[in-house]
Design a binder for this molecule. Structure first.
Ligand code: ZN
Length: 434
């Protein structure tokens, strides 16, 4: 039997639950939710307005809580400062997320010292899902700034006595490879498409050094996991998180079958994005979360835009905690082409199944034709690859749109692109389904 997720003991220790049960954990969360509601309504201008009509004394169960309005990313973009519940000098870190590259379309998030401490605490126990004494971790995520994800991870691992090199996002494959050799790195934490790229450029490192990978910041296609773990020597773990969650949200146990969640700090719901009603366990919907202890900027029923579902069967590790199936991608990454839904995920599963493809971009034009530009390895047989992809795409999408596949050899200049980090189907003016 697989080792039980370390998150279980951590959550039991931090929450002092009377019994090891879902019911006890829900009761704990309800108590924390109620406190958060009162706190946020009293301290933040946004929730004072948002909860104006709500009699908080009437919220006595988790189903009562479902009447509370959602908070959206747009709310944060428009009124970030109105979310603040503490004075400016208590804010230890401000994160500005520029989601589209245009000014005025930024999200600002605030954290106090205690908020960051909670994240470090989660990272420490979350990393225990995959690392143990003797492991050496390299973080290919931003980490130079105080309170950045890399900085917090390093602090967390230090508490467990695990050596960690925070390298920053992958920019130079040779440099990263040399660093892996020099420090005898055994585990990489990084962005899915970037770690895939590294493994294709330097497969030998994944045979000799890297035994474990933790993928974060983006959803993870199955084809990508296959590439990373194909020789069986590397185990690929998924982490689910976003800055709004305080970076961390959940991490897979050794069963690699979905995440166990940071349930002492966050309450997760899955809702129907159209009706806003909670869906049954096992059904897909939009992930919504509420922070339970956040001081600077609590978020109540925050809509993530991610699609996932709760697993109905208990996890193979034997924990009493819930399991959320791996996120299937962002809803905004689905486009409708000739009444047919095309998601980035569908494209990923087909295109990334080819290890000759290093990266790709997809663009849908106004005539509803899909253009795919592949960046391929120097050794790729471009015509064979194109032919195989035309066939695979046609079999999947049954020719509902015109497809144009273009291939470019990876000349090194395009190797690390922003598109590996912020991935989407480019639609130009075409309306996105939200
Ligand atoms: Zn498990």
């Amino acid at each position: 039997m697989m080792r039980i997720t370390p998150l279980e003991d951590w959550i039991l220790e931090r929450t002092h639950l009377a019994t090891k049960s879902q019911e006890a954990l829900r009761a704990y969360q309800l108590e924390k939710i109620r406190k958060t509601l009162y706190y946020a309504k009293e301290k933040s201008r946004f929730y004072n307005e948002q909860l104006k009509e709500t009699d908080l004394n009437s919220i006595t169960s988790l189903s009562d809580f479902e009447q509370i309005p959602f908070t959206t990313p747009l709310d944060i973009k428009r009124h970030a400062h109105d979310f603040l519940c503490v004075s400016a000098h208590e804010v230890e870190r401000i994160v500005t997320l520029n989601t589209s590259g245009t000014t005025g379309d930024e999200k600002r998030l605030f954290f106090t010292h205690e908020d960051l401490e909670e994240t470090i605490d989660f990272f420490q126990y979350g990393m225990n899902c995959l690392v143990e004494k003797g492991d050496k971790v390299m973080v290919l995520l931003p980490g130079s700034a105080f309170g950045s994800i890399g900085d917090l991870l390093k602090k967390a691992l230090w508490r467990s006595g695990i050596e960690c090199v925070v390298h920053g996002v992958l920019q130079d494959v040779e440099k990263v490879a040399a660093c892996i050799e020099e420090h005898h790195i055994t585990c990489i934490v990084g962005i899915p498409m970037q770690v895939r790229y590294l493994s294709l450029m330097k497969p030998e490192l994944f045979n000799t050094h890297i035994q474990k990978v933790l993928l974060s910041t983006d959803y993870v296609p199955d084809a990508l996991v296959k590439t990373l773990s194909r020789n069986g020597t590397c185990k690929v773990f998924n982490h689910y998180g976003m800055t709004e969650m305080g970076y961390g949200g959940g991490v897979e146990c050794g069963c690699l079958n979905g995440y166990h969640l940071r349930e002492n700090h966050l309450y997760f719901e899955i809702i129907d994005p159209v009706t806003g009603k909670r869906v049954s366990d096992g059904e897909y919907g939009e992930v919504v979360f509420t922070t339970l202890n956040r001081q600077a900027m609590p978020l109540i029923r925050y809509k993530t835009g991610d699609t996932a579902r709760f697993v109905t069967k208990p996890c193979g590790c034997g924990t009493f905690l819930r399991t959320m199936e791996k996120v299937r991608g962002r809803m905004e990454n689905n486009v409708i082409i000739n009444a047919h839904e095309v998601s980035l995920r569908d494209l990923d599963e087909i295109i990334l199944a080819n290890d000759a493809v290093m990266d790709y971009r997809a663009h849908c034009d106004e005539k509803k034709a899909l253009h795919v530009k592949l960046i391929v390895s120097k050794t790729a047989e471009i015509q064979t690859l194109q032919k195989a992809l035309y066939q695979a795409m046609d079999a999947h999408f049954k020719g509902v749109f015109t497809l144009n596949i273009d291939a470019l050899e990876d000349d090194g200049s395009s190797k690390i692109t922003n598109s590996m980090i912020k991935r989407k189907i480019d639609t130009g003016k075409m309306e996105m389904r939200v």
